[in-house]
Design a protein around this ligand. Structure first.
Ligand code: SF4
Length: 338
């Protein structure tokens, strides 16, 4: 097993809620609340959950676009949690982010050459002629015509614009890429092309990915392991096969039951789990197990004791008092109903 490239330990991001002229803090939105995981070199970790679960905030914390409230971020053995922006500059080359919306993430007034070449110019590491050659090489790598160097974003389709965004990300040969909903703004027919491109680039350039998505069908294809978040907490983390074939957390089960199945026979056999109610406000999350207000298996203990994230099978961790599909020994260890 390869060593971790990234280690996130007890990561927290609490956004203060202020009131009055003096902007007194009256509460905090706990967007990310004690999240821990590792990402190994060369692997893809899928980070999934409904809107507002904290997955995008986690991605932004890792890239240090926002400051964490607590916890630790270790990249290649270096603690970067509170590293100054000056010291972070060389590391910025190693950790890059692909944004969700290819329409708004590209400056419409800049040419493709200016957009993809910007990282080189900001870091001051190439001559103008060198930048042009490097940009054209990257455009070719992501399947775009190098001759389109002087074109503007509006001259491209949605899928091509996302390729431009990916090309910009690759400019400085990063080691880790955080891809935030990289295909959700694209037409379904284009999504597979972009996912395949990400896979090809990973093999060719030895990249490590954290792919953030609300859709489990997107991360199924690309991920080696999948982490599921709910209301700022990690509730399940497992190898892809284990998570999709034997999900243990009721929330993961509910998310998986909504994923479309192409086989009509299996589609009829499978029962769709419809979650009750909306995701509670992160301003005032339910105590103990945060999922208990929507969980059909909830018992008294779920409302009073927070279930820890614990390993119940090889490579499979879950935070639930009454996990599903758990091996017999683990099921016996589950707490008795109160
Ligand atoms: Fe449901 Fe209880 Fe498990 Fe939470 S701990 S997911 S409420 S069974």
């Amino acid at each position: 097993m390869s060593e971790p490239l990234l280690s996130v330990q007890g990561l927290e991001k609490h956004f203060p809620v202020t009131k009055g002229l003096l902007q007194r803090q009256v509460a905090a939105v706990k967007a990310v609340d004690g999240v821990s995981f590792e990402v190994r070199k060369g692997e893809t970790l899928g980070l999934v959950g409904e809107s507002g679960c904290g997955k995008t905030t986690t991605g932004r914390l890792i890239t240090r676009l926002i400051e964490p409230t607590g916890g630790k971020i270790v990249f290649e053995g270096n603690d970067i949690t509170h590293m100054s922006q000056g010291k972070m500059r060389p590391l910025r080359r190693d950790v890059q982010m692909i944004f969700q919306d290819p329409y708004s993430s590209l400056n419409p007034r800049h040419t493709v050459g200016a957009i993809v070449g910007a990282p080189f110019r900001i870091q001051g590491i190439k001559t103008e002629q060198g930048v042009k050659k490097a940009v054209q090489d990257i455009l070719e790598l992501v399947g775009l015509n190098p001759e389109h160097y002087n074109r503007y974003p509006h001259e491209f389709s949605g899928g091509q614009r996302q390729r431009i965004g990916i090309a910009r990300t690759l400019a400085l040969k990063p080691k880790l890429i955080i891809a935030d909903e990289p295909v959700s703004a694209l037409d379904v027919s284009i999504q597979a092309q972009v996912v395949n491109l990400l896979e090809d680039l990973q093999n060719e350039l030895d990249l490590t990915y954290v792919v953030i998505a609300h859709d489990l069908s997107v991360v199924r294809h690309i991920s080696d392991r999948v982490a599921v978040m709910y209301l700022g907490k990690l509730v399940e983390l497992a190898d892809r096969k284990s998570l999709y074939e034997s999900p243990m957390h009721p929330y993961t089960n509910a998310l998986l039951s909504a994923v479309p199945i192409p086989d009509p026979k299996r589609r009829v056999e499978r029962e769709r789990i419809r979650l009750q109610g909306d995701v509670p406000s992160p301003l005032n999350p339910p105590p103990a197990c945060r999922f208990h207000t929507r969980c059909w298996k909830a018992q008294e203990i779920c409302k009073t004791v927070e279930p820890p994230l614990q390993k119940l099978a090889p490579g499979h961790e879950v935070a639930c008092h009454f996990p599903e599909n758990a091996p017999a020994a683990a099921a016996e260890a589950a707490p008795a109903a109160v």
